[in-house]
Design a binder for this molecule. Structure first.
Ligand SMILES: Nc1ncnc2c1ncn2[C@@H]1O[C@H](COP(=O)(O)OP(=O)(O)OP(=O)(O)O)[C@@H](O)[C@H]1O
Length: 326
């Protein structure tokens, strides 16, 4: 089913203003401010422990901020009339009543929110769970639980979707389906905010990026601007006098460094210019290749200093509380 186009286009539907939240001495979200517009998919990106889930939970009225505000349609979630009809949230995939069937879980949600029973079968079909609708959700795989969570978020056909790591556990077909669904809803004027720690996934799904690290805002930018600003072109050249060429490149304002395979890695100059410089100084070369630093590399570089958990750091994720635990 395609999303019905919306007439009203408020400038910002989601507003996070100076939001701050600590758990004991640990500050999960630190004076964070950003706003999300309708009509595009906004990716909420950050490494593990950056504060994405905490922010989404506060937006969905689960927990109180220490300071600041998290608003939907200008109001805290709890003040919205018929919230399920306006905002669809996915926090933790395994949060359903495990003994209930997928159908009955959704039916219970529909009944408590005055949503017609027919919508239950409709969303089960949309997420591909029709065949297992009568099975108890306790036995669902992570991907199936994720699909059920997405079905619950879609149940009220809300204008806003807030999804925490929705592609977790989905198979490639599921990832593709979800990506198209989110793009379709955004194109119809809905507001879509989804979190991820994977830039590559966001690169093919999101139009806009809000990047956080250690609870603080690092970037609020369109994907196009992020790419233009951070993805530098890299040239690799295998030449006969690498040290001389390196000096010439530096004089010309480019950066060049030797690679273990004997090539020079050049940034700050396009491949055509590198070749021209080498030829102008009679430096012969056997190989020349141009590439670009990936978005993932740019994201890792940006968040490197703000990453709480890195391999070998000795720090582990929060003890006891699983991913997305409330
Ligand atoms: N219920 C909680 N009790 C204690 N600390 C918590 C709790 N929830 C989150 N934290 C801490 O807050 C910080 C931010 O966690 P959060 O889950 O919001 O990050 P995240 O960006 O969603 O990370 P991930 O991608 O790993 O899910 C982390 O240091 C985490 O340990």
């Amino acid at each position: 089913m395609s999303a019905a186009p919306l007439r009203r286009h408020a400038r910002y539907v989601i507003e996070v203003q100076h939001l701050t939240k600590s758990y004991g001495p640990a500050r999960a979200v630190d004076d964070l401010s950003f706003a999300v517009r309708p009509g595009r998919v906004t990716g909420f990106l950050g490494p593990n422990g950056a504060g994405k889930s905490t922010t989404l939970r506060l937006l969905l009225g689960l927990g109180e901020p220490d300071a600041g505000r998290a608003l939907l349609f200008g109001k805290p979630y709890r003040e919205l009339a018929d919230p399920l009809l306006r905002v669809g949230g996915l926090l933790e995939a395994k949060s359903t009543q495990r003994t209930r069937s997928a159908y009955h879980h959704l039916l219970w949600l529909a009944r408590t929110h005055r949503i017609p029973r027919s919508r239950v079968r409709e969303v089960l079909g949309m997420v591909g769970l029709s065949d297992v609708a009568e099975r108890s959700s306790g036995g669902f795989s992570l991907g199936m639980s994720q699909r059920l969570g997405i079905a619950a978020a879609l149940l009220g056909d809300p204008e806003v979707l807030l999804l925490d790591e929705p592609v977790n556990g989905l198979d490639p077909e599921g990832v593709h389906w979800l990506r198209n669904l989110l793009k379709e809803r955004a194109a119809a004027g809905h507001t879509v905010l989804l979190s991820s720690h994977l830039m590559n996934e966001m690169a093919v799904t999101a139009d806009h990026l809000v990047i956080i690290g250690r609870g603080r805002l690092l970037a609020d930018t369109s994907l196009a601007d992020f790419t233009a600003e951070h993805c530098r072109s890299v040239v690799r050249i295998r030449c006969h006098e690498p040290e001389r060429l390196r000096g010439l490149l530096r004089e010309a304002g480019a950066e060049a460094g030797p690679e273990p395979d004997g090539t020079l890695r050049v940034t700050g100059m396009e491949s055509r210019e590198v070749a021209k410089l080498a030829r102008a100084h009679d430096i012969g070369f056997d190989e020349l290749a141009g590439e670009s630093t990936s978005l993932e590399e740019a994201f890792l570089e940006m968040t490197a200093r703000e990453t709480q958990f890195t391999a070998g750091s000795g720090a582990g994720p929060r003890g006891g509380a699983g991913h997305g635990a409330l």
